[in-house]
Design a protein around this ligand. Structure first.
Ligand SMILES: [Zn+2]
Length: 167
């Protein structure tokens, strides 16, 4: 077990504000790996691990467009977002065998969005006995697996199951 992220998160947010750079615009400008946490790049959206996960395997589908309003996204962006969500569910089932999933968006700060200016779709694997996703955004979490381990496992599974599936 390891304690994760609360102090670092504050630093992260402060840096983010000081630099006025959107983290969801910043991430795809980096090389993919355990630093930027991007698992897969689609044509119009990418898939990224949540740096402050609710459960192991908590990831997000993010449009490259810096856009807050769902209705302003082009239809093909929305369509690819849902296709990637389905692939994410497939990969997470194979790696973590969760009992259930939450998929959802917090549109706007009042809805609980951490980064309200750049919308994103959460995909959260669930097990009975874990606590409520929506109510735990700012708290320190204790998870049984390090983020870098999660990253490598999911990246390998995405390659095997989605990019190069067995015939
Ligand atoms: Zn952005």
């Amino acid at each position: 077990m390891e304690h994760l992220w609360s102090p670092w998160r504050m630093e992260y947010i402060e840096n983010h504000k000081r630099d006025a750079v959107c983290v969801f615009c910043w991430a795809p400008q980096q090389e993919d790996g355990p630093e930027n946490l991007i698992l897969y790049r689609g044509r119009l959206n990418y898939v990224i691990l949540n740096r402050f996960p609710y459960t192991n395997g908590h990831l997000m589908i993010v449009p490259y467009d810096h856009q807050a309003e769902l209705e302003a996204l082009a239809p093909e962006v929305r369509a690819e977002m849902m296709n990637l969500a389905a692939q994410a569910v497939q990969v997470l089932k194979a790696v973590y065998h969760p009992q259930a999933f939450n998929l959802g968006m917090n549109l706007g700060t009042a809805a609980g969005a951490g980064i309200a200016d750049h919308l994103h779709l959460h995909v959260v694997p669930r097990w009975s006995g874990d606590t409520n996703f929506m109510s735990t955004v700012a708290q320190t979490r204790v998870l049984p697996e390090a983020l870098e381990v999660t990253y490598r496992r999911l990246r390998e599974a995405w390659e095997r199951l989605v990019i190069a599936p067995a015939p």
